[in-house]
Design a binder for this molecule. Structure first.
Ligand code: SDX
Length: 431
């Protein structure tokens, strides 16, 4: 079958050039314009990359109009219902669902790497107790490269896989240590017999003075939330990891850059911002006032947890989390959580408003997740850390895929220069 192409004609010169189409398994075709500048002397201009594919990827597919999310081809609702977070980590990193033996070996490897070097704990002493946990996570994750400099040759497949396992295994231990530092409590070490989610809950909440019993409802809900956050194609933090990794920097530095990007309230910081927004709204009677603020172009306020660059329909993750919210809250005995009631009324009122309907602004993954995190006893400022924990396998799988892609080079976008035209220096005495 002949190669499909698109012809671009420069009206100024009358020159026409054909560009090949990259045809995906799912999603729109892409015009391969790598040669455009050389052929016609033009750049493309696409701030925010609304129409730009930065890479090809086998990992995750999103259909924003249909509200579809696939990890390696498997629908997110099936994985959330039937899989486990570690099985999803294996799927994202290795590309296929594991056999029983392969999963056991993977779980064993993650358990084996869950401890961190004891001296890494010293980094936390440099933070005040009220340091934002994302500041601690970003800093300490980056410091891992100081401990594993002998196995971070990014051109070595074994090193890449070992680093991938290490970061998945150590992220909860570091995250929980940040939480304990905030609480002024001693760090809790991971235990080999516990599940990933169970271990994390115990490292967060266990204290030397008493036994800690893992609540199975909380363990299952957390495991599902981690699955829902595991990857999301080329979102801002994943693109950051890819761009940082494209320079050849080590995986821990690249993941640390991903943490920094995720922290922003327009991205992974939105789950924390949603709870703060609900606290500020306070009562359903105040919702119309905040809806008007969100619509006011002169007001920077946006309805946190609403809207998405890709989803122009309901975020499938929000649908699943909304359902889990009701189940978890009633099983935890907080069914009449006023914040959940307020969130549902806010959603109902917003989705009846033309402004949100016209712009296809629906609740996204962050709108309900914070309500469950809060019910699990996790403080608001820690919500984005949980997002980072969930997104780690996606970040590291995308990083490894980028390094293995023969078409990938160092990421180096161009620009449209709108500054001062060339001019001569004016000596100080003449200014
Ligand atoms: C995540 O990319 C990913 O995949 C991200 C993520 C992942 O898993 O990695 O899904 C996780 O980041 C989810 C998004 C969490 N962020 C928030 O909930 C913050 C609130 N949402 C907005 O900041 C915004 O919707 C974004 C950032 C999510 C999307 O921004 P876009 O695609 O750049 O959309 P836009 O700013 O061009 O908005 C289009 C219009 C504008 O109005 P007009 O200029 O057309 O009149 O919609 C308006 C915006 O003002 N708008 C909102 C709004 N979001 C968009 N108005 C009020 N409240 C909002 N939340």
């Amino acid at each position: 079958m002949s190669q499909k192409t698109v012809t671009i004609t420069d009206n100024a010169s009358g020159k026409s050039v054909e560009y090949p189409l990259r045809e995906p398994v799912h999603g729109p075709n892409a015009v391969d314009i790598k040669g455009l500048y050389g052929d016609l002397g033009y750049f493309t201009y696409d701030p925010g990359f609304t129409s730009t594919a930065s890479c090809r990827s086998d990992i995750t597919f999103i259909d924003g109009d249909q509200g579809i999310l696939l990890y390696r081809g498997y629908p997110i609702d099936q994985l959330a219902e039937q899989s486990s977070f570690l099985e999803v980590c294996y799927l994202l990193v290795h590309g296929e669902l594991p056999s029983k033996l392969a999963l056991e070996r993977f779980e064993g490897a993650i358990t084996e790497h869950s401890m961190v070097n004891e001296s890494l704990k010293n980094f936390f002493n440099g933070f005040h107790y009220n340091a934002h946990p994302m500041a601690m996570l970003t800093g300490v994750v980056g410091s891992l490269s100081a401990f594993y400099h002998d196995t971070i040759d990014v051109n070595n497949n074994e090193n890449r896989l070992l680093s991938s396992y290490r970061i998945i295994a150590k992220m909860p231990t570091i995250a929980a240590a940040a939480f304990k530092h905030m609480q002024g409590e001693p760090f809790v070490y991971p235990r080999s017999e516990l599940s990933y989610a169970g271990n994390f809950l115990r490292m967060l909440f266990a204290r030397p003075s008493e036994d800690y019993e893992i609540n199975p409802v909380a363990e299952k809900a957390l495991d599902q939330l981690l699955i829902l956050h595991a990857d999301h194609e080329q979102n801002a933090s994943t693109s950051t990891v890819r761009l940082a990794g494209s320079t050849g920097t080590n995986p821990f530095a690249a993941i640390s850059a991903g943490c920094a990007a995720l922290w922003g309230p327009a991205h992974g910081g939105a789950n924390e911002a949603v709870l703060r927004m609900l606290e500020e709204i306070g009562h359903v009677d105040n919702v119309p006032k905040f809806i008007e603020k969100a619509k006011d172009k002169d007001d920077p306020f946006r309805l946190m947890g609403f809207g998405h660059r890709v989803y122009k329909n309901y975020d499938p993750r929000a649908t699943i989390i909304r359902k889990t919210c009701h189940e978890v809250l009633s099983e935890l005995g907080v069914a009449d959580d006023p914040q959940l009631e307020l969130a549902m009324r806010l959603e109902e009122i917003a989705l009846a408003d033309d402004y949100f309907v016209e712009r296809k602004l629906y609740p996204n993954v962050d709108f309900y997740s914070g309500i469950i995190y809060r019910a699990l006893g996790i403080p608001t400022e820690f919500f984005t850390v949980l997002f980072a924990l969930g997104r780690t396998p996606g970040w590291i799988a995308q990083w490894a895929e980028m390094l293995g892609d023969p078409e990938q080079r160092i990421g180096r976008p161009r620009q449209v220069y709108t500054g001062a035209a060339k001019r001569d220096y004016v000596p100080l005495h003449k200014r």
